[in-house]
Design a protein around this ligand. Structure first.
Ligand code: ADP
Ligand code: ADP
Length: 228
């Protein structure tokens, strides 16, 4: 089933002016794929990600994620959709400062009926033994590992990452992108990443280039898809 986006449009209105942020955007991903969205600032990347994640409504068009008809969910249904299907990772990790690593992940686990084991996830993201640390005791890269753990503990079908390495140095960024790739393959989570980091293009199955609210190009990575 995977993910399909068909001819979605999104317009922002403020006062007299309207801005057409997404124009007939169509794309697809297969279950378990990892894709990146590239494009200049203002090209609609976050708007597209938020529409797929059920945070923003589109004006028209269809979004289907593993059978969920995302574009036509009520507010209440979209809460369930996000809870059952989506993990988010943002540039700013928004960890709760007065909770430990373990407790930050636990907050997310508690809204799931069958979460992964918290200490297993802590191990998975490379933070073994750090469950009792507070966010301020961690480096930026380690904090981002916690936010990835928090996103995957609920076993989402789709992991949406908006500039997950935006505030990290290039070495740490590579580690975080490798971790996202590892989570993608370990848990078969379809993964969509907005990034300016060209390095990840090499590990993505699909590279989606946006320009002025439109799909400019979609490239399938031949290194990952061997010719049949
Ligand atoms: P990107 O993520 O590629 O930088 P965005 O999706 O954030 O692009 O934004 C696309 C365009 O829509 C930008 O020109 C931005 O100014 C505009 N935009 C985004 N959110 C809003 C909003 N809430 N109200 C008005 N305009 C917005
Ligand atoms: P499980 O993953 O099944 O909960 P664990 O052995 O990981 O099993 O943990 C058992 C219980 O101990 C958990 O339910 C949790 O409440 C608590 N716990 C484990 N590690 C921590 C920790 N680092 N901080 C706070 N509580 C913890």
């Amino acid at each position: 089933m995977g993910l399909t986006v068909q001819k979605i449009n999104k317009t922002y209105r403020s006062g007299e002016t309207t801005f057409h942020a997404l124009k007939d955007v169509t794309l697809e991903m297969e279950t378990g794929e990892i894709a990146v969205i590239l494009g200049p600032s203002g090209s609609g990347k976050s708007t597209l990600l938020n529409a797929i994640g059920g945070i923003d409504q589109v004006d028209n068009g269809d979004i289907s994620v593993e059978g969920w008809n995302v574009a036509s969910l009520s507010d209440k249904e979209s809460v369930n959709y996000r809870r059952e299907m989506i993990g988010f990772v943002f540039q700013m990790n928004n960890l709760i400062p007065n909770l430990t690593v373990y407790e930050n992940i636990e907050v997310a686990a508690n809204i799931s009926t069958s979460p992964l084991k918290i200490n297993d996830v802590i191990d998975d993201v490379g933070l073994s033994g750090m469950g009792d640390c507070f966010p301020r005791e961690l480096s930026g890269g380690q904090q981002q590992r916690v936010s990835i753990a928090r996103a995957i503990v609920r076993k989402p079908k789709l992991l949406l990452c908006d500039e997950p390495t935006g505030s990290l140095d290039s070495v740490t960024s590579k580690d975080i992108l490798s971790l996202l790739k590892k989570m993608n393959s370990n848990y078969n989570i379809t993964t969509l990443i907005i990034t300016h980091n060209e390095a990840i293009s090499q590990m993505a199955d699909r590279i989606i280039q946006l320009k002025d609210g439109m799909i400019d190009t979609v490239t399938l990575n031949e290194n990952i898809y061997p010719p049949e």
